[in-house]
Design a protein around this ligand. Structure first.
Ligand code: ADP
Length: 202
């Protein structure tokens, strides 16, 4: 199963992706996690991405498209994957369609977690508190200023990605304001509604 999860920062994509990963035994491919790993390792990509990420901006399309193109070629992604945080721009969505098309692959579903903007900052603040409680470092971009920028990037650049998939009849919206388990159930339902989006995503 090849799946894209869309939604604003704090929508719960990471939480739901982790559950889907366990259930379907396919890897969760989070560009945010991969970029944070690159920053931590001090790779050339990480060095370039750090300031952009810390400020809540978007890393250039070519960079993340390159990362994803390589990652979906890894053996563990052969049986499918969950994309979390990618595509985040229409350019990225088009690049993904081209990459999959060249491999004769399709997406099985594109699911958008729909959450009120007003609830998001509180979720991010809670995530920061939970990190502190676990003795872990707080994400450099989990602060009100960077969050505001992330939300702006989302509305300006990522909301059109939903429209891109919706125009192809490929988008399924799920209420991300519901409790975590209910969201998981709604995602399952959306997945089983069937209808491979197949060529619609090309
Ligand atoms: P969020 O909680 O905001 O969804 P992520 O962990 O997905 O956070 O991403 C963190 C940061 O990494 C983003 O704010 C952005 O700077 C960068 N990033 C992640 N994925 C992409 C992408 N597909 N395109 C551009 N930048 C990205």
């Amino acid at each position: 199963m090849r799946l894209v999860l869309l939604g604003p920062p704090g929508a719960g994509k990471g939480t739901q992706s982790a559950r889907l990963q366990d259930k379907y035994k396919i890897p969760q491919l989070s560009t945010g996690d991969m970029l944070r790993a690159a920053v931590k390792a001090g790779t050339p990509i990480g060095l370039k991405a750090k300031a952009i990420m810390d400020a809540g901006g978007l890393v250039p399309d070519e960079t993340v498209v390159g990362i994803i193109a390589e990652r979906i070629d890894e053996p563990d992604a052969k049986g499918g994957f969950i994309l979390d945080g990618f595509p985040r721009t229409v350019k990225q969505a088009e690049a993904l369609a081209a990459i999959l098309h060249a491999k004769h692959m399709d997406l099985d579903a594109v699911i958008e977690l729909v959450v009120d903007d007003g609830a998001l900052l509180a979720r991010i603040e809670k995530r920061a508190q939970e990190s502190i409680a676990r003795g872990e470092a707080v994400r450099a971009d989990d602060n009100p200023e960077a969050f505001k920028k992330r939300l702006e990037s989302h509305h300006a650049q990522t909301a059109p990605v939903s429209a891109f998939y919706a125009s192809k009849g490929a988008l399924k919206a799920v209420d991300g304001m519901a409790p975590i388990n209910d969201v998981s159930v709604a995602i399952e339902r959306a997945l089983h509604e069937g209808a491979r989006v197949a060529s619609a995503t090309r």
